[in-house]
Design a binder for this molecule. Structure first.
Ligand code: CA
Ligand code: CA
Length: 299
């Protein structure tokens, strides 16, 4: 099995980055990831961390998938996510909805054990480990790993979990998939600025799909399909995600604008993924069962 170590990281998704590994379409690959602070915030006493120039949001990769050609869709099945034994959170006086509350950074370290973390003596939380950064290389200029876009990237969508299937665009030969920024737990919005940041091992199966028309980034998770769109404003991201899903519903169910619009109003949910990255991200969820009633099958 192909394993990409956590020494193979970069802070940009770019067609000019040398592949860290090569695999066949249909192969299973393990990505070992660092946390978004470059694994350097290891103690609450030193919230700035232990490295002189830590990488921001390091992503492991990129993976070159043979057969993946521009115009294809890269199907990424998330087979497993195993977080390491600890996570970290940090506030910032410069970013996040509550930044004015803080005059300096502070960090908190959490133990991750048996799928749970103890927040304090009264509250224990169940983990739901998700992938914050996952994307392919864009066709043109590289995009730094702090930013979500049509290539994926820093979407911070808490539905990218074990068992999910993510469909990403192939913009360059090999697709060049990278993964990082795991969160042991995160709420929709990621309002303070971070999730329960952690590193770990992500096992995926990657398949290049030919002649596949999905509005990427496109996600399947726990019975729903989802469009994920990022824009300068939540309004922009929400409209884009809803419109992309409506077009998909039209094609998948064979409906006109009115009927697809009614189904969207009845069944779709528009949810904020995050409001703290350079572009904001919204997803629109739609039940796959309703499309299967019309004979649709997910590729
Ligand atoms: Ca993130
Ligand atoms: Ca993060």
């Amino acid at each position: 099995m192909v394993v990409i170590g956590r020494d193979k990281v970069q802070d940009i998704l770019d067609k000019n980055v040398e592949p860290a590994a090569v695999c066949d379409s249909g192969e299973t690959v393990v990505f070992e990831t660092r946390d978004c602070y470059d694994d350097c915030v290891v103690s609450e006493e030193r919230p700035l961390g232990d490295k002189e120039n830590p990488m921001e949001n390091p992503a492991t990769g990129p993976l070159y998938v043979k057969d993946a050609q521009p115009g294809d869709v890269l199907k990424v099945e998330i087979l497993d996510i195993v977080p390491r034994s600890w996570g970290v959170m940090r506030c910032s006086p410069a970013a996040g909805v509550f930044c004015e509350d803080f005059d300096r950074r502070a960090a908190r370290i959490f133990e991750l054990k048996d799928g749970k973390t103890v927040f304090d003596e009264k509250l224990t939380l169940e983990l739901d480990t998700m992938i914050g950064v996952i994307g392919t290389a864009p066709a043109e200029a590289g995009i730094t790993t702090d930013t979500p876009e049509s290539h994926g990237g820093n979407m911070d969508c808490r539905k990218i979990v074990k068992g999910s299937v993510l469909y990403l665009p192939v913009n360059v030969p090999g697709a060049l998939l990278s993964i990082g920024d795991l969160h042991g737990l995160m709420g929709d919005g990621e309002v303070m600025i971070c999730g329960l940041e952690t590193g770990g091992e992500v096992t995926v199966k990657v398949t290049a799909l030919k002649d596949c028309r999905l509005p990427t980034p496109f996600l399947y998770c726990r019975g729903d399909v989802m469009t994920i769109q990022s824009a300068a404003t939540l309004d922009g991201a929400g409209d884009a995600a809803a419109k992309a899903m409506k077009e998909f519903v039209k094609t998948a169910a064979g409906k006109d604008d009115f009927e697809a619009g009614m189904l969207m109003s009845l069944l779709s949910n528009m949810v904020v993924c995050q409001v703290v990255d350079p572009l904001k991200t919204v997803r629109v969820e739609f039940p796959l069962k309703a499309l299967e009633a019309y004979g649709y099958k997910l590729p």
